[in-house]
Design a protein around this ligand. Structure first.
Ligand code: ATP
Ligand code: MG
Length: 215
């Protein structure tokens, strides 16, 4: 599903280039669930952004479903992302003018679906909040909407950046269960950034980012 080879990324800063990724290689098969750990600032979000095609690497290749991101133009990358990739960002990026039900349905509708959001809302403890707007929700509730919206669209590759960062232990476990079920049930591949040893231990694989490389 995902093939990453010799990926490097350096950011241009006022003090010169800042190398963040120094040669990252990684394969992720359908149904695999990968925990990505690493210190704050080690480049975890950078790696997810590159895999999502939202930023370009300095060198190296990324293939999703056998197609190289570098060989596509922006429009093709956006189509691939919409069709295959589900993103849960560190910032939730909910749409402020839409209520919870419409936010949950948003990505699936972009793909042409007419999703029933009720079962997912129930699982996420959001059933009572479907007609609320994002600004009326707590951080943890917003985070759950962001996860639900991604899963309802049934992506083949799920990229989640600390999707349980704002949640208490029990709610974090429930969100992790949903992400794992998506992988086990539909054969999606999951790459999840987490700072939690406990949650990392519940996924099928685990990699640690340090000094710009994975180990
Ligand atoms: N657009 C940018 N321009 C310059 N430097 C950047 C940019 N984006 C990220 N960085 C730097 O790259 C490094 C890695 O950042 P990144 O956000 O990937 O870390 P992270 O592992 O996700 O950390 P956290 O756990 O705190 O979310 C940091 O030193 C950060 O300051
Ligand atoms: Mg980050």
């Amino acid at each position: 599903m995902l093939r990453v080879r010799d990926l490097t990324k350096a950011f241009d800063t006022a003090d010169g280039p800042l190398p963040v990724l120094r040669g990252v290689s990684l394969d992720l098969a359908p149904g695999e669930t990968l925990a990505l750990t690493g210190e704050s600032g080690s480049g975890k979000s950078t790696l997810l952004y590159l895999v999502a095609g939202l930023d370009a690497p300095s060198s190296g290749t990324i293939e999703i479903g056998g197609r190289a991101l570098s060989e596509m133009d922006d429009a093709a990358r956006a189509r691939l992302r919409r069709a295959e990739v589900g993103l849960v960002f560190q910032q939730f990026n909910l749409i402020p003018s839409l209520d919870v039900a419409a936010n949950l349905a948003f990505h699936a509708r972009l793909k042409g679906g007419t999703p029933d959001v009720a079962p997912m809302a129930e699982r996420l403890g959001l059933a009572e909040h479907l007609s609320r707007y994002p600004e009326q929700l707590s951080g943890g509730q917003q985070q759950r909407v962001a996860v639900g919206r991604t899963l309802i669209a049934r992506p083949r590759l799920i990229l989640a950046d600390e999707p349980t960062g704002n949640l208490d232990e029990a709610t974090g476990d429930a969100v992790l269960d949903l992400l794992r079920e998506a992988a086990e049930g539909t054969g999606a591949a999951l790459m999840m950034v987490t700072h939690s040893e406990r949650l990392a231990g519940r996924l099928s694989r685990r990699l640690h980012l340090r000094g710009g490389v994975l180990a």
